[in-house]
Design a protein around this ligand. Sequence first.
Ligand code: NAD
Ligand code: IPM
Ligand code: MN
Length: 363
Amino acid sequence: MTKTIAILAGDGIGPEIMAEAVKVLNFLKTSHGLDIALEEGLVGGIAYDVKGHPLPPETLELAKRADAVMLGAVGGVKWEPLDISLRPEKGLLGLRSALNLFANLRPASIYPELADASPLKPEIVSGLDILIVRELTGDIYFGQPRGIRTLENGERQGFNTMVYSESEIERIAHVGFQSAQKRQKKLCSVDKANVLECTEFWREVVIRVGKQYPDVELSHLYVDNAAMQLVRYPKQFDVIVTTNIFGDILSDLASQLTGSIGMLPSASLDANNKGMYEPIHGSAPDIAGKGIANPLATILSVAMMLRFSLNRADLADKIETAVKKVLSDGLRTRDILGSATTTQYKLVNTQEMGAAVLNALQA
Ligand code: NAD
Ligand code: IPM
Ligand code: MN
């Protein structure tokens, strides 16, 4: 049966990187019999401009109806003055929450070809293969109460609430343990249990859930130490399970271990593996419109979609092999050039990188 894929390109570099991912999908459709129909929708700042809301009802309806969602990126300086409830980011957060996409898988593994693109020494990062399991629908992102208020003394105050209920922690802990079972059987839970009751509770629940997974070695780190360890000796990690906000921060940090944030894909899954797939980076306003963004994180997100939502691991493998091929052929967008010179590598733009992946897929 034909699978519907919602294509939500969003803002900034979103449309530029999504165009390359769509070419890959169309190629798989025509050449490998992948039975899909792509349907475009508006989300983020562009949706606000056209429809007056960052998540218009028709986009939400499309995302719910679709078998999987591909998202580019949202946000930009232009929409910063808007009330927070209408900002582009609310479109993305609204999708995550409405679709119950509580499990965000953010793999940070390095392509050997990119060992010299990381700001860290090659011996620290080569062979790195980490999976960050980020809880995605709870925490301070969604906790109530929240807002900006004026106190009796006239002073203004901003406030948010970090909150996790037991069932929310349990279900993401299961994802963490089960992911570790499929890998090196090591799970590190990251919290701030020494200071925050919310994550003291997180640790308690993770330990309890862990009793069901005696084959997985469970460890715990405070988030400040975890950030430090990720730079000092990242290869000590297999799977990291953590809260929404800590996972957001640690995954951007981890991206630098792999060379560039332009390389990291993600899958956001519900309890039935329905998912939304997006690069972990944002709309990159500083390079938007220049045609130089790295499309590989988005193309690799297509691979994750094929694996998790479309049951086509064979095609996911093909994409990952094609990406490896273009990197070993020496093609580099600016962000993965590292300190190397362009005489060593071929500096390419977004479309050239997308075309090279297509070529490699055809070979
Ligand atoms: P960002 O991830 O957009 O950019 C950070 C830096 O990384 C920039 O220098 C950018 O040029 C670079 N970069 C990002 N993606 C790249 C790519 N594919 N190729 C080459 N370089 C790339 O983060 P930011 O600047 O903090 O945020 C910009 C906007 O994006 C904000 O509005 C923010 O809210 C939004 N944002 C959206 C998402 C999302 O849609 N999932 C994620 C993060 C940030
Ligand atoms: C991400 C982004 C989002 C987040 C923003 C844009 C809402 O930074 O996907 O990592 O904080 O989750
Ligand atoms: Mn982020």
